[in-house]
Design a binder for this molecule. Structure first.
Ligand SMILES: C[S@@+](CC[C@H](N)C(=O)[O-])C[C@H]1O[C@@H](n2cnc3c(N)ncnc32)[C@H](O)[C@@H]1O
Length: 306
């Protein structure tokens, strides 16, 4: 469901502990009107101008408190922000959710090309991850080992030989044996996910539209199929599309009728632009076990240096 209205008013109508996951990508306190044109040159925009930081902080605190109330005990919140106000928002989150429920400061890092500004190029945004309690839902994701990692050493079972030296263990047929429980490297808090390029299929021309891949990752780690996900600043509906693609229920709220119309349209025909970079990474990981086994079985057994 997508509701056209103010996030605070709409959340106040919701029951306590009724939502499994909240993701919010509010205006960032850029003090300008965010505007963009789509492929048909229709303009989409939303306002991000405030009387001052205190006005912004109290706007955010009211909404974050309501998010806290409606989250289930197993729920979590992911707040997307950037350098303009992340330092203020972290303090508010500590006040509302409790510092003990802080889980991660996720850095979403992406490449950009610009030489317009003196100083360092801004190439990341921040997503604060807080849980409601320590019983929060969390589904770990594992990535492949980097090329520099000595995977043959990590993956092989070992044994002591007659001289007490550690050597790789082989089966009766002489093949190397893999340690099954090595799942890969747990996902870190630095996420390299490409920013939507101007030609991306999923781009609808809404200002500050986020990539579905980013939202899919959040939905995947912090909720289960059938769970209910809320985005109280849904914009063009990226969170809702990710939730739909992953079999979750979704609820989006936005004050802009244009954003609601875009979200509804996207939900009718969800499109995700796959990243070749990420696809390669996933493929490498899923093929890794098989590849490593065949590689290992081609080389000769050598004692492990201990
Ligand atoms: C940064 S954009 C969200 C972009 C979205 N994540 C996407 O991928 O398209 C912020 C949105 O918050 C909406 N907004 C601003 N104030 C709001 C309020 N009080 N309640 C609900 N939505 C609001 C704006 O209309 C805008 O669509």
């Amino acid at each position: 469901m997508v509701i056209n209205g103010d996030g605070l008013t709409e959340m106040k109508k919701m029951g306590s502990e009724s939502i499994d996951l909240v993701y919010l990508d509010p205006p960032f306190f850029t003090q300008c009107r965010q505007t963009l044109k789509d492929k048909n040159l229709n303009e989409h925009s939303f306002d991000d101008q405030w009387a001052g930081i205190e006005a912004y902080k109290s706007f955010m605190k009211e909404r974050l408190s309501e998010c806290q109330r409606i989250l289930k005990k197993t729920g979590s919140i992911f707040l997307h922000c950037d350098r303009y106000a992340s330092h203020h928002l972290r303090i508010i989150l500590d006040e509302v959710f409790g510092a003990r429920n802080f889980q991660s400061e996720i850095i979403w890092s992406y490449r950009r090309w610009s030489n317009a500004k003196k100083g360092l190029l801004n190439a990341h945004q921040v997503i604060f991850f807080y849980s409601k309690t320590d019983k929060f839902t969390f589904n770990p994701i594992y990535n492949g080992y980097s090329e520099a990692t000595n995977i043959d050493q990590i993956f092989q079972k070992r044994k002591r030989d007659a001289n007490g030296k550690t050597v790789y263990r082989t089966s009766e047929l002489g093949n190397y044996e893999l340690i099954e429980e090595k799942k890969g490297v747990p996902l870190s808090d630095v996420w390299e996910i490409p920013y939507l390029n101007p030609k991306a299929r999923e781009r609808v021309g809404y200002p500050t539209q986020k990539p579905i891949l980013l939202l899919e990752r959040i939905v995947e780690i912090a909720s289960n199929p059938g769970d209910t996900i809320l985005d109280p600043f849904c914009g063009s509906g990226t969170t809702l599309v990710a939730a739909k693609l992953l079999g979750r229920k979704y609820l989006g709220i936005d004050t802009s009728p244009d954003a609601v119309a875009l979200s509804e349209k996207r939900l009718e025909n969800p499109i995700r632009s796959d990243s070749t970079l990420l696809k390669k990474g996933r493929l490498a990981y899923s093929n890794q076990n098989t590849e490593i086994l065949s590689l290992l079985n081609q080389i000769e057994a050598e004692p492990v240096q201990t």
